[in-house]
Design a protein around this ligand. Structure first.
Ligand SMILES: *[C@@H]1O[C@H](CO)[C@@H](O)[C@H](O)[C@H]1NC(C)=O
Length: 405
């Protein structure tokens, strides 16, 4: 899970056309072909960088340079040449504790990055490609099986930084108490940092589900896309975890519940399907169980959201290992919203993914012999969608561009 759905306004950039039309060919001549993958016919894909380590998050600075968080290595910076290819790559912040989160303020002058236990800030100068004045802005985050912390700066209120902490087990019942600081997204006011933590709320899902003794884990619970609201106002909302889960395949529920509804697997907690559907905010859209959505971004006019699915381990056949496109629309109230209704099972489509995802875990359930997509970033200048991959052999970055209509 990730900070899905918060960042509609992040995509309010328009393409300035820094596109190199023949970049596809140039990269191919350099031997960067993309063989075992399927690409939607409306898109081109090239591998724009390789030989990195655990690419997790990609951001662009105000000069168009690409900053990449490489898990257990640090933050690297990459410049582009006139041909659109990467011209230089250097380490900006070599720190092995950094393992996922990376964000820049809209003015490009403050950089945030996260480790398992802490979040840090630096002053950043895009012209000289240097950082200074490191500060620890959040400390003491809990540890557990989920060690990465997504970071997002509110584009409209850049003093607000959102930080996500996962559960520490599959069913982390204690995380129902916000004081644990797990299965939660917190909002920190950096004008008051360190020490000002304003908000929260849990989201997550689980594996190994049974319903009345029957194994339903292959297609339930759903992965969720939640609309979390305006970070300057929305506070302390309950999205269900660890009591309420969302239906992907409604078959086991025999007509009682539909896709996107909440259900319980343990009524001894006092929660029932009915109380869940009454009290917990339902997802705005759901995805195939076990997809492991990990990052999202919008295109230039927010007409589509792109979500990377890191891929599964506890499903046979494996699923994920792809990027999906979710058509969005702008409502009369000025809010961005998926086109598909909340109970849809086809509100998104695959645009780039492993040709045979079912074989991606053939060498071991927690290993991947395919790429594992992570970052999803629409380049502010409008060139296209940059996606990262972090499998154990190589950190890679692919660039997806729409073909001319
Ligand atoms: C990682 O992904 C690449 C392609 O993106 C693939 O060729 C390679 O086999 C994968 N590595 C592992 C260890 O499976």
């Amino acid at each position: 899970m990730q900070l899905l759905g918060i960042s509609a306004a992040l995509a309010a950039f328009l393409g300035a056309g820094r596109t190199a039309p023949d970049s596809d060919l140039l990269h191919r001549r350099r031997g960067h072909e993309v063989p075992q993958y399927t690409v939607d016919p409306a898109w081109n894909v090239i591998k724009i960088a390789g030989g990195l380590q655990g690419v997790r998050t990609i951001v662009f600075d105000t000069e168009g340079n690409m900053l990449v968080s490489e898990a257990r290595k640090g933050i690297s910076i990459h410049t582009f040449g006139a041909d659109g290819c990467v011209a230089s790559s250097t380490m900006l912040i070599p720190e092995i504790a950094l393992n996922h989160g990376l964000a820049l303020t809209p003015d490009g002058k403050t950089l945030y990055a996260s480790s398992e236990r802490a979040a840090f800030s630096w002053s950043y100068d895009a012209a000289t490609k240097t950082v200074s004045d490191k500060k620890t802005v959040v400390n003491g985050m809990d540890t557990g099986i989920h060690s990465t912390r997504g970071l997002l700066v509110s584009p409209n209120a850049p003093n607000l930084v959102m930080l996500q902490v996962g559960s520490n087990s599959n069913l982390d019942m204690q995380s129902a108490q916000p004081a644990t600081g797990r299965a939660i997204i917190k909002i920190f006011d950096m004008d008051k940092a360190p020490a000002a933590d304003t908000t929260t709320r849990p989201t997550a899902s689980g594996d190994d589900f049974k319903l009345n003794g029957a194994d339903i884990h292959i297609d339930n619970p759903a992965e969720k896309l939640n609309f979390l609201g305006d970070p300057t106002k929305a506070r302390d909302q309950f999205y269900g975890y660890p009591n309420c889960f969302s239906v992907w395949d409604p078959t086991p529920f025999q007509g009682r519940l539909k896709t996107g509804d909440h259900f319980v697997i343990d009524s001894s907690t006092g929660m029932t399907d009915a109380t869940c559907n009454d009290k917990a905010i339902k997802p705005r859209l759901t995805f195939q169980a076990h997809s492991a959505p990990i990052y999202n971004s919008f295109d230039s006019d927010a007409s589509n959201m792109y979500v990377t699915f890191h891929g599964s381990w506890n499903r046979q056949p494996a699923t994920g290992f792809k990027v999906v496109e979710i058509p969005f629309t702008k409502t009369e109230a000025g809010q961005y919203d998926p086109v598909a209704p909340a109970d849809s099972r086809d509100g998104y489509k695959d645009i780039f993914g492993a040709s045979n995802p079912g074989s991606c875990t053939a060498n071991g359930l927690t290993m991947s012999n395919c790429f594992r997509l992570t970052a999803s970033t629409w380049e502010p200048a409008g060139r296209g969608l940059f996606v990262g991959s972090d499998n154990s052999s190589e950190g890679e970055i692919y660039l997806l561009t729409r073909k001319a209509a």
